[in-house]
Design a protein around this ligand. Structure first.
Ligand SMILES: NC(=O)c1ccc[n+]([C@@H]2O[C@H](COP(=O)([O-])OP(=O)(O)OC[C@H]3O[C@@H](n4cnc5c(N)ncnc54)[C@H](O)[C@@H]3O)[C@@H](O)[C@H]2O)c1
Length: 357
């Protein structure tokens, strides 16, 4: 097998770190870019340096760089010297709510940072597959226009034709995005152009809830990871609106990377895919609380604020039909329960290590 030179941005984050480990295990040379900006966004709880230390200890051919994707000159120098075979772009300001406090930084990181990477790829390694991690927030609150039913513990789609969830035909304009959704939509469109206009091997993955044990979960980003953190620490979890019946579909970071690999093997320029856990891995906040209480054997303290987050999805399930049709070898391999147990085990190990330190 040929050793590939792979670039992963956001390499200390949830998805980036999964990719680093996976590609390193396969014998590739992985360059990582991460400036730990998650800590700047979310404070000490968002610090990803623990994950970088972990990666250093488990990898063999990983080369992390403390580089900001907004720094075009350094980025272009790197691309000039390395000529990557594959680029996975995961670095981002990832929070819907955070963006309102830092609109300029949010746009510079999400939109301009993505353009910097696409242009560097075009100039120095234009054949390389490039996967951009976009988000379901590009649809804004348009998914909330679907007729819903309210069940005992969750909202659900009322019509049978919506059963599998939101597909890529959902419109992305004339809808309320939050500034985060808008900066990611800008990046998503530019990435599509590098595929469609320049014919480059760019794929766009619009994520539902991406999760796993290596998330530095905080209240503003990383729903299950944060909920489990709160459950273990005895803090209080705030439920914002919709009676806690809002639904998210959750996919393990491992299954995200498997999709990236499938795309890299047979890229389709400019193609857009929804990616999430799909219906089997969907759960409402109320249901997640109950299940985590069952798993931990202890009650989670909650408070309810009857005020939904602006633009929050009431019921979002990713329709995975297109991804599965284009890449028949891909499918979900980690169930929701397995995901919860993995995050729980990681959180316990983390707390144990912290208590020894
Ligand atoms: N986790 C989710 O639920 C979810 C859902 C939909 C889409 N996404 C998208 O997937 C991608 C990866 O998400 P994640 O959950 O791994 O996020 P994450 O916050 O865990 O990882 C992102 C990493 O990027 C780094 N970073 C931020 N700004 C940077 C900059 N200017 N230069 C270099 N590094 C920078 C951060 O320090 C962090 O380690 C993001 O684009 C995000 O928008 C995530």
């Amino acid at each position: 097998m040929k050793t590939l030179k792979i670039l992963v941005t956001g390499s200390s984050g949830l998805i980036g770190s999964e990719a680093v480990e996976d590609f390193d295990r396969q014998g590739h040379r992985v360059t990582g870019i991460d400036n730990n900006m998650r800590r700047e966004f979310f404070g000490p709880a968002g610090d990803t340096s623990w994950n970088l230390a972990r990666l250093r200890s488990v990898t063999r051919n990983f080369h992390p760089l403390d580089l900001d994707i907004r720094d075009r000159r350094r980025l272009f120098d790197l691309f000039k010297s390395e000529r990557f075979d594959l680029i996975l772009h995961c670095a981002a300001q990832p929070s819907h709510d955070k963006a309102r406090e830092i609109p300029l930084v949010d746009f510079e990181v999400n939109a301009l940072g993505t353009l910097n990477l696409l242009e560097a790829t075009r100039q120095f390694c234009r054949e390389a597959p490039f996967v951009f991690l976009s988000t379901n927030k590009v649809y804004g609150d348009a998914p909330n226009e679907l007729p819903l039913v309210e069940n005992e513990t969750r909202y659900d789609y009322a019509r049978t034709e919506d059963f599998e969830g939101i597909d890529e035909n959902c419109r992305i304009d004339r809808t309320l995005h939050s500034l985060f959704g808008a900066s990611k939509a800008a990046a998503d469109l530019v990435a599509q152009e590098y595929g469609r206009y320049f014919g480059m091997n760019v794929g766009i993955f619009r994520g539902g809830c991406l999760t796993g044990p290596h998330h530095s979960g905080v209240e503003l980003h990383g729903f299950l990871s944060y909920l489990i953190k709160v459950a273990r620490s005895g803090q209080t979890y705030t439920i914002y609106g919709y009676k806690g019946k809002q639904v998210r579909d959750n996919i393990h970071s491992h299954d995200v990377i498997r999709a990236v690999e499938e795309f890299a093997r047979a890229p389709r320029p400019g193609e857009v895919y929804n990616i999430g856990g799909g219906r089997p891995n969907s759960i409402s906040i109320l249901e997640a609380i109950t299940r985590i209480e069952e798993l931990t054997g202890s009650k989670i303290r909650t408070v309810y604020r009857d005020e939904p987050r602006i633009g929050d999805h009431i019921c979002y399930i990713s329709n995975l039909g297109k991804l599965q049709a284009h890449f028949p070898n891909w499918g979900i391999t980690r169930s929701l329960d397995l995901i919860l147990k993995e995050i729980l085990a990681a959180e316990m190990a983390h707390r144990h290590a912290a208590s020894l330190a």
